[in-house]
Write a protein that binds this ligand. Structure first.
Ligand SMILES: Nc1ncnc2c1ncn2[C@@H]1O[C@H](COP(=O)(O)OP(=O)(O)O)[C@@H](O)[C@H]1O
Ligand code: SF4
Ligand SMILES: [Mg+2]
Length: 408
């Protein structure tokens, strides 16, 4: 099982910081290890950019962490308003073929019937072990993959099977932030070319010109307008991810899918990029689908959390509800592995070690897919698939014998 030990968001005392008109976390990534490039004229990796708002954060290379921002309460959600994104019964099977005729012999059931919604302005965090279908879910939502079955509605419009051409105008509204800021930026292109590419691809002329718009985006993301003519290799990992974020924001999208946006970064930098995403959301009213295997990251950024296991959503609910009282045994096990600063020993969770590997998504276990690893499994779990039932307001769980019923 992967480690969920990173805790990048504790105790940063900058809530209520005076607004600078820019996201308050837009500082460069202090203490980022060198990229190994000669650093003459390198955009600073350890010094604040000129004109950068100070956060009073010492440049120690420690996580620039802060407490979880209070998320939107249920009541603040737009009443009766359609979700921005609605996913129903979504399935993606990758065929496995054999022989010259490429006869299909099996399929990887990467995503196997999931339902969720994302409201405008909120963040849905998707969490789960490697291979459970998170990336495929994100790619389906962006229509980078063709769904095998099910539907995806964006702003009430069914986009499940739109052609590439028909998706093109929608690319303005739906953008992606990639996991790896090292491979996702073309090393031969300047920052100006990279961040300005969406304008050119969409044939858009922003007021004031592309260069001006790109420089504004760089500033918004905590970089300097002078970085316009530099190349990706001149930047640290955190700064490169900021370039990726600036590119995703160029066309002012409504929704961003971020697939493991910080997992390739040094731990000391992760919180800064997470905080940047948070601040950009507040400033620009963005809607996020954020995918991560790290429960600490998901906890910090999400309004609601979906836990995936072998192509299924096994639990979904508000961050508070899921983290305070996880009900699916899989979620309970994942959370038990996260060290939490809990002073009361009676409330400390016992660590549950999941035994065995994640089964293959080619031939997942019948009924409850978690039964091969679940310490509560009984006969019914092997025979009857548990439906995703609402067991607390807005909190749905697929388990015959849920934990923490009636609150934590
Ligand atoms: N293009 C593909 N062809 C075949 N199998 C794939 C493809 N993409 C993903 N998979 C498989 O689908 C499953 C889910 O993958 P993925 O969505 O990347 O999971 P996660 O992001 O949670 O690690 C994995 O078993 C993976 O190997
Ligand atoms: S349905 Fe049964 S096997 Fe599945 S998670 Fe619940 S208790 Fe465990
Ligand atoms: Mg992935």
């Amino acid at each position: 099982m992967e480690s969920y030990a990173v805790e990048p968001h504790t105790g940063r005392p900058d809530a209520g910081q005076p607004s600078t008109g820019r996201p308050s976390t837009a500082q460069p990534d202090a203490g980022q290890p060198s990229t190994g490039q000669p650093d003459a004229g390198q955009p600073s990796t350890a010094q604040p950019d000129a004109g950068q708002p100070s956060t009073g954060q010492p440049s120690t290379g420690q996580p620039a962490a802060r407490p979880d921002r209070p998320r939107r309460p249920e009541a603040a959600r737009p009443g009766g308003q359609e979700p921005l994104l609605t996913v129903r019964g979504l399935v993606k099977h990758f065929p496995i073929t054999e022989g010259l005729l490429r006869r299909q012999v099996a399929a990887v059931r990467a995503v196997d019937g999931i339902d969720f919604t994302v409201d405008a302005g909120e963040t849905l965090g998707v969490v789960g072990e490697s291979g459970c279908g998170k990336t495929t879910t994100g790619r389906l939502v962006l229509r980078l993959e063709e769904p095998t079955a099910g539907s995806i509605e964006f702003e009430g419009r069914d986009i499940s099977h739109l052609s590439r051409g028909a998706m093109r105008p929608l690319r303005r509204d739906l953008q992606m932030i990639f996991q790896d800021p090292f491979s996702s930026l073309n090393p031969r292109h300047t920052v100006g070319t990279i961040v300005g590419a969406p304008f050119r691809l969409q044939g858009m002329k922003p007021p004031g010109g592309v260069k001006h718009a790109v420089q504004e985006l760089l500033e918004l993301c905590g970089l300097s307008p002078e970085h316009y003519n530099r190349y990706p290799h001149e930047f640290s990992g955190g700064q490169r991810q900021r370039i990726g974020v600036a590119r995703a924001l160029a066309l002012r999208p409504k929704m961003i899918v971020a697939d493991e946006p910080v997992s390739a970064l040094d731990v000391s930098i992760q919180a800064q990029v997470v905080n940047l995403l948070d601040d950009l959301q507040q400033e620009l009213g963005l809607t996020y689908l954020i995918i991560a295997h790290d429960l600490s990251v998901i906890r910090h950024v999400s309004d609601r959390v979906a836990v995936m296991y072998l192509g299924k959503i096994v639990e979904i609910g508000s961050r508070e509800s899921v983290y305070a009282g996880p009900m699916h045994p899989y979620t309970v096990a994942l959370m038990s592995a996260v060290p939490t600063p809990e002073p009361d020993p009676s409330r400390r969770r016992e660590r549950i070690l999941l035994t065995g590997d994640v089964p293959s998504p080619i031939d997942p276990p019948p009924a409850c897919r978690f039964h091969t690893r679940c310490w509560k499994a009984q006969r019914i779990c092997r025979e009857v698939e548990p439906p995703l039932r609402e067991l607390a307001p807005g909190h749905r769980v697929a388990c015959h014998f849920p934990e923490n019923l009636g609150g934590s």
